[in-house]
Design a protein. Structure first.
Length: 138
Protein backbone atom coordinates (compact mmCIF):
# COMPACT_ATOMS: atom_id res chain seq x y z
CA UNK A 1 0.00 0.00 0.00
CA UNK A 2 1.32 3.43 -0.99
CA UNK A 3 0.26 6.87 0.16
CA UNK A 4 0.36 9.77 -2.27
CA UNK A 5 1.33 12.98 -0.49
CA UNK A 6 1.40 15.13 -3.61
CA UNK A 7 2.43 15.34 -7.24
CA UNK A 8 5.10 16.90 -9.41
CA UNK A 9 4.45 17.95 -12.99
CA UNK A 10 7.58 18.61 -15.06
CA UNK A 11 7.03 20.75 -18.15
CA UNK A 12 9.67 19.67 -20.66
CA UNK A 13 11.19 22.01 -23.19
CA UNK A 14 14.03 22.51 -25.64
CA UNK A 15 15.70 25.74 -26.74
CA UNK A 16 12.82 26.63 -29.07
CA UNK A 17 10.07 26.04 -26.50
CA UNK A 18 11.75 27.31 -23.31
CA UNK A 19 9.85 30.60 -23.25
CA UNK A 20 6.50 28.85 -23.75
CA UNK A 21 7.28 26.42 -20.93
CA UNK A 22 8.29 29.26 -18.61
CA UNK A 23 5.10 31.15 -19.46
CA UNK A 24 3.00 28.04 -18.80
CA UNK A 25 4.64 27.48 -15.39
CA UNK A 26 4.24 31.14 -14.41
CA UNK A 27 0.57 31.09 -15.50
CA UNK A 28 0.01 27.90 -13.49
CA UNK A 29 1.56 29.59 -10.47
CA UNK A 30 -0.93 32.45 -10.76
CA UNK A 31 -4.01 30.35 -11.56
CA UNK A 32 -3.52 27.22 -9.46
CA UNK A 33 -2.54 26.03 -5.97
CA UNK A 34 0.94 24.95 -7.13
CA UNK A 35 4.49 25.76 -6.16
CA UNK A 36 6.60 26.66 -9.18
CA UNK A 37 10.06 25.14 -8.85
CA UNK A 38 13.30 25.94 -10.57
CA UNK A 39 13.71 25.84 -14.31
CA UNK A 40 16.55 23.61 -15.49
CA UNK A 41 17.90 24.33 -18.96
CA UNK A 42 19.42 20.87 -19.35
CA UNK A 43 18.81 17.30 -18.24
CA UNK A 44 18.77 16.94 -14.43
CA UNK A 45 18.36 13.68 -12.53
CA UNK A 46 15.90 11.41 -14.33
CA UNK A 47 14.64 14.16 -16.63
CA UNK A 48 16.06 13.83 -20.14
CA UNK A 49 15.92 17.52 -21.05
CA UNK A 50 15.14 20.96 -19.73
CA UNK A 51 12.12 21.28 -17.47
CA UNK A 52 10.21 23.43 -15.03
CA UNK A 53 8.62 21.71 -12.02
CA UNK A 54 5.17 22.33 -10.58
CA UNK A 55 4.47 20.76 -7.16
CA UNK A 56 0.97 20.37 -5.77
CA UNK A 57 -1.02 18.58 -3.09
CA UNK A 58 -2.90 15.39 -3.90
CA UNK A 59 -6.21 17.13 -3.21
CA UNK A 60 -5.55 19.51 -6.14
CA UNK A 61 -4.93 16.81 -8.76
CA UNK A 62 -8.43 17.25 -10.23
CA UNK A 63 -7.86 20.98 -10.65
CA UNK A 64 -4.23 21.04 -11.82
CA UNK A 65 -4.16 18.21 -14.35
CA UNK A 66 -7.19 19.33 -16.41
CA UNK A 67 -5.73 22.86 -16.49
CA UNK A 68 -2.42 21.49 -17.79
CA UNK A 69 -4.24 19.39 -20.39
CA UNK A 70 -6.03 22.47 -21.72
CA UNK A 71 -3.10 24.92 -21.53
CA UNK A 72 0.06 22.92 -22.34
CA UNK A 73 -0.20 23.47 -26.10
CA UNK A 74 2.45 21.31 -27.75
CA UNK A 75 4.59 21.00 -24.60
CA UNK A 76 5.15 17.60 -23.02
CA UNK A 77 4.32 17.29 -19.32
CA UNK A 78 5.66 14.42 -17.20
CA UNK A 79 3.63 14.14 -13.99
CA UNK A 80 4.29 11.72 -11.15
CA UNK A 81 3.07 10.89 -7.68
CA UNK A 82 5.11 11.59 -4.55
CA UNK A 83 5.01 8.47 -2.38
CA UNK A 84 8.53 8.48 -0.96
CA UNK A 85 9.73 5.82 -3.41
CA UNK A 86 11.63 7.96 -5.93
CA UNK A 87 12.27 5.12 -8.37
CA UNK A 88 8.63 4.00 -8.58
CA UNK A 89 7.43 7.61 -8.56
CA UNK A 90 9.49 8.31 -11.70
CA UNK A 91 8.83 4.99 -13.48
CA UNK A 92 5.54 3.40 -12.37
CA UNK A 93 3.50 6.25 -10.84
CA UNK A 94 3.56 8.50 -13.92
CA UNK A 95 1.26 10.28 -16.34
CA UNK A 96 2.33 11.80 -19.65
CA UNK A 97 0.55 14.72 -21.29
CA UNK A 98 1.70 14.80 -24.89
CA UNK A 99 4.34 12.49 -26.32
CA UNK A 100 6.21 10.43 -23.75
CA UNK A 101 9.99 10.42 -23.77
CA UNK A 102 11.69 7.47 -25.49
CA UNK A 103 13.16 5.75 -22.44
CA UNK A 104 12.27 5.64 -18.74
CA UNK A 105 14.72 7.15 -16.28
CA UNK A 106 17.62 5.03 -15.13
CA UNK A 107 17.50 4.06 -11.43
CA UNK A 108 20.98 5.60 -11.07
CA UNK A 109 19.67 8.97 -12.28
CA UNK A 110 17.14 9.21 -9.45
CA UNK A 111 18.60 10.78 -6.31
CA UNK A 112 18.12 9.06 -2.98
CA UNK A 113 15.46 10.65 -0.73
CA UNK A 114 18.21 11.84 1.66
CA UNK A 115 19.90 13.87 -1.08
CA UNK A 116 16.77 15.66 -2.31
CA UNK A 117 15.45 18.84 -0.78
CA UNK A 118 11.76 19.14 -1.58
CA UNK A 119 10.63 22.47 -3.05
CA UNK A 120 7.60 22.36 -0.76
CA UNK A 121 7.97 22.05 3.03
CA UNK A 122 6.96 18.63 4.32
CA UNK A 123 4.22 20.16 6.49
CA UNK A 124 2.62 21.90 3.51
CA UNK A 125 0.46 18.85 2.86
CA UNK A 126 -2.14 18.17 5.51
CA UNK A 127 -3.55 14.75 6.33
CA UNK A 128 -6.45 15.65 4.05
CA UNK A 129 -4.03 15.94 1.13
CA UNK A 130 -3.10 12.27 1.21
CA UNK A 131 -4.65 9.40 -0.60
CA UNK A 132 -4.23 5.72 0.26
CA UNK A 133 -4.08 3.33 -2.65
CA UNK A 134 -4.98 -0.32 -2.33
CA UNK A 135 -3.23 -2.84 -4.59
CA UNK A 136 -5.36 -4.15 -7.43
CA UNK A 137 -6.38 -7.76 -7.06
CA UNK A 138 -5.58 -9.91 -10.08
Amino acid sequence: MSTISGYHAHVYFDADSRDKAQQLCEAAGRALPVTVGRTHDKAVGPHPRGSCQLAFAAEHFGQVMPWLILHRGRLTVFAHAETGDALKDHTDHVIWLGPSEASPPSPRSIPSPRSVQAPVPANAFSALATQTLQPLST
